[in-house]
Design a binder for this molecule. Structure first.
Ligand SMILES: [Fe+2]
Ligand SMILES: [Fe+2]
Length: 407
């Protein structure tokens, strides 16, 4: 912690430009990063500190995500970005933080630096109402972002601040599309993908920590985390994330996809437990299961998802029951969950990239590739092949052909 003191300090530079970019970062998103990069370039900033705002006293901020988690999301967003850095200075201070205080603190930390303050276009106008505007303008040069359409208004505001406070305000026309943290939280809540809106590290944390999710998902995720090994849990979260992406891409219900993806391996437990559950649910293992009892976790999982997680939706339950072997007659929704399980981002096996590539445009073709991959693998190893795999492949081929004919 406190890495701002020594990370890459270069005392030989004659003038260092250090910028403060304050916000709640709940969550940080691509437009924050792009804005900071752009400012860094345009104003030759050595670094831009993403100063994470502390929790307001006596209440939690939207989504109930505390300051330390927002700091972690911000660190994850900036992990591989040169010159941008998450900063915890406001979290270390007690009580409400004001920008003037934070700038004073930064002036102490970087006595030889010229300080900048990055603000969004909606903030500039309000600055006279902030605490100690005179101090802020004396301590820092303001770098204000503006969308091209708002440029004239911003210029007028900046001129006003210059006249009143002697403020040094620089304007950067920023033409990126509008992304907001509020919209991102709403998308996660509604089981819609955010992969294009937030940096990958941040997105992973959002899913893994169950941030911004409805209560029932948070509850299921907490329970699942406690019952699976960490790797299996990560895979389950990855499958949920992938299922949500596929659902959006191919027009399925994202909320069902989220739950099915999350719980598909809920019965991936030690073999004795799977067998005990199978006996309790009167699921009779076939020859194939007897050779490998772990395979029962799909059908056992459907019953267990109902019993332990309260899932009653038939489409979700049958997708869980069928996720390890694609069989003839399975629904398109089940095929999608089958596929999400095989291509989620933690999966790494020969051929997975080609399947992911196919899944960008055609999930049935991707599922077919998956099955052919499994078949080749089992044959290579001289293993028994799932008895009805040929029928399932045949059916998928028919589905793909009939789609082609329709086009
Ligand atoms: Fe599985
Ligand atoms: Fe799985």
């Amino acid at each position: 912690m406190g890495g701002v003191y020594n990370k890459g300090v270069n005392l030989n530079r004659r003038e260092r430009n250090i910028a403060m970019f304050g916000g709640s970062f709940n969550p940080p998103h691509n437009a924050h990063v792009e804005l900071a990069l752009r400012m860094r370039e345009e104003f030759s900033l050595e670094r831009v500190l993403f100063v994470v705002a502390s929790d307001p006293p006596h209440k939690s901020i939207d989504g109930g995500v505390d300051a330390n988690t927002r700091l972690a999301l911000t660190k994850a967003a900036l992990r591989d970005v040169d010159g941008l850095e998450a900063c915890d200075v406001e979290l270390r201070r007690r009580g409400k933080s004001y920008t003037a205080d934070t700038l004073r603190e930064l002036a102490r930390r970087y006595p030889e630096a010229r300080l900048w303050l990055v603000v969004g276009e909606d903030m500039l106008e309000n600055m006279p109402h902030w605490r100690e505007p005179e101090a802020i303008f004396a301590l820092a040069t303001v770098a204000a972002a503006s969308r091209p359409g708002a440029l004239e208004d911003i210029r007028r505001t900046a001129a006003g601040l210059r006249a009143r406070y002697g403020a040094d305000v620089r304007i950067s026309a920023f033409g990126e599309e509008d992304v907001s943290s509020t919209a991102i939280r709403a998308r996660v809540f509604d089981a819609r993908p955010v992969s294009r809106l937030v940096p990958p590290g941040t997105e992973e944390l959002i899913w893994e920590l169950s941030l911004y999710q409805p209560a029932e998902i948070r509850l299921a995720q907490t329970k699942l985390r406690a019952s699976l090994n960490p790797e299996r849990y990560r895979h389950s979260v990855g499958t949920m994330r992938c299922a949500v992406e596929l659902a959006e891409r191919f027009g399925f219900d994202g909320k069902k996809a989220r739950l099915a993806g999350l719980l598909h391996d809920c019965a991936k437990l030690p073999h004795d437990q799977i067998l005990a559950l199978a006996a309790r649910y009167a699921i009779v293992p076939d020859a194939y299961d007897r050779a490998n009892p772990g395979l029962l976790h799909d059908r056992v999982g459907a019953r267990y998802a109902r019993e332990a997680y309260g899932v009653s939706d038939a489409e979700i339950l049958s997708a869980i029951a069928g996720h390890t072997r694609l069989e003839k007659g399975m629904s398109a929704f089940s095929r999608m969950i089958y596929l999400a399980d095989k291509i989620e981002h933690t999966r790494d096996y020969p051929g997975v990239e080609a399947i992911r590539e196919a899944a960008r445009t055609d999930m049935d073709r991707a599922a077919l590739l998956c099955m052919e991959n499994v078949l080749a693998h089992l044959r290579d190893k001289g293993c028994d092949v799932q008895p009805n795999i040929y029928e399932a492949i045949e059916e998928l081929n028919r589905i793909i052909r009939s789609k082609e004919e329709r086009h």
